[in-house]
Design a protein around this ligand. Structure first.
Ligand code: AMP
Ligand code: GLY
Length: 418
């Protein structure tokens, strides 16, 4: 089989790698990918939906795996469906579970899924009146896609007024902020989990944990994710609860409302004193969680995807490798704010070290040498038996990586040790 993966980050690198490991997969092509991914896989540039269709038809591609949220929210899967091309990913309507926080919250309310209490506002004045009269802290969320940045936690009235102005009047997140969700602040610890869904049935993965803040100890501004680990052992006691009280009702409601979700559904959870509550849904694999979950997946990823396409997820059971995976991200200096590009990268030589793997995101080739080309540059995943050894292994390899301004957290997965 031949598979086309859409996307350009480390997540898509990990998806392509897991596909390539699968039985019956002859080749994996990534679009647009990046020059780091290009060292291992064929990469092609297919900027328009029509280009993807032509490429699929001319190259006998069996199906398209859509990695990021933007093309899903833009309706790539709907377009492929109309053209009889199989794809892994939800339609535009089902992708609203991520592309509209108001849609996701209202859906959860309709099917009594545990989540923070909330209000939705389309008018600035009404939102302001609410904020002048509520208790604090509160969480303000721009409704639409905002590259993980549209969430502001406010501790008092002044901060709230400022944040609301930013989102609704000054359009800090563009059109994403024309509608705002204001929700209760939840106290607890965070973890996430994916469900592979064919619209009728689903099967869920192990739990993982992202590290969103830029600095150690979860300090500083939120990023796209500075590292992750899996499995999160202390979350496993909630697995059945999450399947029964979160994935089952949400996926059933979407199906019954004529909007079945086909693809990978990501649930970001807060484990509170009252049990797990949903922080957010994403309509695709998480980044960097994918870089720790897929290396531990023993079941062939192509088999999982084929089951989604053929609507046979009911018959699927997932098997996992023993041990842990830890992923540490190297970012450019200044990220998530302004950062420079074009710094030459010295890549660690892995020399047959099968316990470590490099996944590329913001890199490009200049005169045959990789240089930095994004906020998150690349990440290293290590896999080992015990979590402590896995952390050590990841950081030992990470130390051998160098580029000017290399920025990273030194405490990835430490929470898993306590
Ligand atoms: P989101 O983009 O919705 O995942 O939000 C980004 C981050 O903001 C989450 O990972 C949480 O750390 C935090 N957050 C979002 N909503 C809440 C909430 N209701 N209570 C507490 N923290 C939240
Ligand atoms: N790791 C969070 C996300 O992919 O949105």
């Amino acid at each position: 089989m031949k598979i086309l993966v859409i996307g350009s980050g480390a997540r898509e690198h990990a998806i392509a790698e897991a596909m390539q490991r699968s039985e019956n997969v002859e080749s994996v092509i990534v679009s647009p990918g990046n020059d780091g991914i290009g060292q291992e896989f064929e990469i092609v540039k297919l900027p328009e939906f029509e280009d993807i269709k032509q490429f699929v038809e001319n190259n006998d591609i069996n199906y398209v795996f859509v990695g990021p949220e933007q093309p899903l929210a833009d309706g790539l899967v709907d377009f492929l469906q109309v053209n009889n091309i199989d794809a892994i990913g939800p339609t535009k309507a089902a992708a609203q579970i991520e592309s509209s926080k108001a849609y996701a919250k209202n859906l959860m309310k309709r099917c009594s899924v545990p989540t923070a209490a909330y209000e939705v506002f389309t008018e600035y004045d009404k939102a302001l009146t609410y904020l002048l009269n509520c208790a604090y802290p509160q969480v303000l969320k721009a409704d639409g896609l905002a590259a993980g940045k549209g969430v502001i936690i406010v501790d008092d009235k002044d901060e709230a007024i400022h944040a609301l102005k930013d989102i609704m009047l000054d359009e800090a997140f563009g059109q994403a902020g024309s509608q705002v969700v204001i929700e209760e602040f939840m106290v607890g610890w965070e973890t996430s989990i994916f469900a592979f869904s064919d619209g009728n049935s689903f099967v869920s993965t192990i739990f993982s944990q992202d590290h969103k803040a830029i600095y150690d100890g979860d300090k500083g501004p939120n990023t796209g994710g500075m590292g992750a680990y899996a499995p999160v052992e202390k979350a496993s006691e909630y697995h059945q609860y999450v399947d029964e009280n979160i994935f089952t009702p949400v996926l059933r409601a979407m199906r019954e409302e004529g909007n079945p979700f086909k693809g990978v559904l990501y649930a970001g959870l807060m484990i509170t004193n009252e049990g797990p509550k949903v922080v957010e849904f994403n309509c695709r694999f998480g980044d960097p969680e994918t870089q720790v979950v897929l290396p531990l997946l023993k079941t062939d990823l192509n088999k999982v995807c084929s089951a989604i396409i053929k609507k046979q997820v009911e018959k699927l059971t997932l098997e996992w490798k023993e041990g842990f995976a830890v992923n540490v991200v190297a970012a450019s200096k200044g990220y998530p704010g302004k950062y420079e590009k074009g710094k030459p990268i010295s890549i660690p030589v892995l020399d047959g070290n099968k316990r470590c793997k490099i996944y590329y995101s913001g890199v490009k080739k200049e005169s045959n040498h990789l240089v930095t080309n994004g906020g998150r540059v690349l990440s290293i995943t290590a896999k080992a038996e015990a979590l402590k050894d896995t952390i050590n292994e990841a950081y030992q390899t990470f130390e051998k990586l160098s580029f000017e301004g290399k920025t990273y957290r030194t405490d990835i997965a430490h929470k898993g040790l306590s």
